[in-house]
Ligand binder design. Structure first.
Ligand code: ZN
Length: 309
């Protein structure tokens, strides 16, 4: 793959026979750095970018996307986007890695990255940041609390207490507002499940970017929790993840992009966008051995059950 390819969006795949919903993406947030590079034209890239996103979705058969703001500077942005464009709904929370930063943890991460302290980490302590989420979620039409949870890959031992406290607070908030919960669980399956069971999981609980194997899939199905699959399930190496997909009952499967990250195979390394959920859907239908149209209908029903009951 040439360098140039890495900065260009993959082509839009043929439309799905039945439209589906990307239930977890990051359109309209700070994370657009990567995407802005591929946007042609002048200074004000935001409207052009959103129009391009929506056009891709329309062509690919992605009817709607839930866009997630999980850092303080992004919370209002996703709420605004959802207010302006009918193709988007908003979910908000404090990301587990952000929770550690708000709590003042500044350790070098297990992945070797420096903590990237920004102004909002100093302006809000952890309680303050969660209170902001609670306040915004109670006076705006957000459709989920997320993403929250645990990340033991990016945050080391010092950040675990903050992440767990934040996760518990978000679980309580989702239940209080009767909203679904989107969970980020990276290298933390055991503690994630334990805390959910200790607190009592919200009625609609989604493991976003499901990263488990057959065993975790069994825990999810036993509890009626949803597994949302991202482009990672299409990566050739991820055999365990495909076993997880194989284990999940069709009634508990969702699709997402987590864009701008995790672009599905064969476009890994290029920027991701909600329209590319199309490729993950096609791939999953094959793995599950279900006709594409039947599988799309199932996904749409599942997504509506969780977010738009
Ligand atoms: Zn995400």
């Amino acid at each position: 793959m040439s360098k140039k390819d890495r900065s260009v969006f993959p082509p839009v795949p043929p439309a799905l026979p039945v439209t589906v919903i990307d239930n977890h993406t990051h359109v309209g947030t700070d994370r657009l750095g990567q995407e802005q590079k591929v946007t042609e034209g002048g200074e004000n890239k935001y409207p052009l970018l959103i129009d391009g996103q929506v056009e891709g979705m329309r062509q690919a058969g992605i009817a709607h996307a839930i866009t997630v703001g999980c850092e303080v500077p992004d919370l209002q942005d996703v709420i605004d986007l959802a207010g302006e464009r009918e193709e988007f709904s908003a979910a908000i929370a404090i990301h587990p890695n952000e929770a550690a930063m708000h709590a003042g943890v500044r350790e070098i991460a297990p992945d070797g990255l420096d903590p990237n302290e920004r102004e909002h980490h100093r302006l809000y302590d952890l309680d303050g940041a969660i209170n902001l989420v609670a306040e915004l979620a109670s006076r705006n039409p957000v459709v989920a609390i997320g993403e929250t949870g645990l990340d033991y890959f990016r945050t080391g031992d010092e950040g675990k207490d903050a992440q767990q406290a934040s996760f518990r607070a978000h679980i309580a908030l989702a239940k209080e507002l009767n909203l679904p919960l989107q969970i980020h669980d990276r290298d933390a399956h055991g503690d994630t499940v334990r805390i959910l069971l200790e607190e009592g999981a919200p009625e609609r609980t989604v493991f976003h970017c499901f990263s488990g194997d057959r065993e975790l899939a069994r825990v999810l199905s036993r509890n009626g929790w949803y597994a949302s699959f991202a482009g990672t399930v299409t990566f050739p190496k991820n055999e365990e993840l495909r076993e997880g997909l194989d284990e999940m009952p069709k009634e508990l499967i969702l699709v997402e992009t987590d864009a701008p990250y995790l672009t599905p195979h064969p476009h890994r390394g290029r920027p991701n966008a909600p329209y590319l959920a199309n490729l993950t859907v096609r791939y999953m239908a094959e793995i599950k051995g279900v006709a594409l149209d039947t599988f799309c209908e199932r996904l749409l029903t599942n997504t509506n059950t969780v977010y738009f009951p």
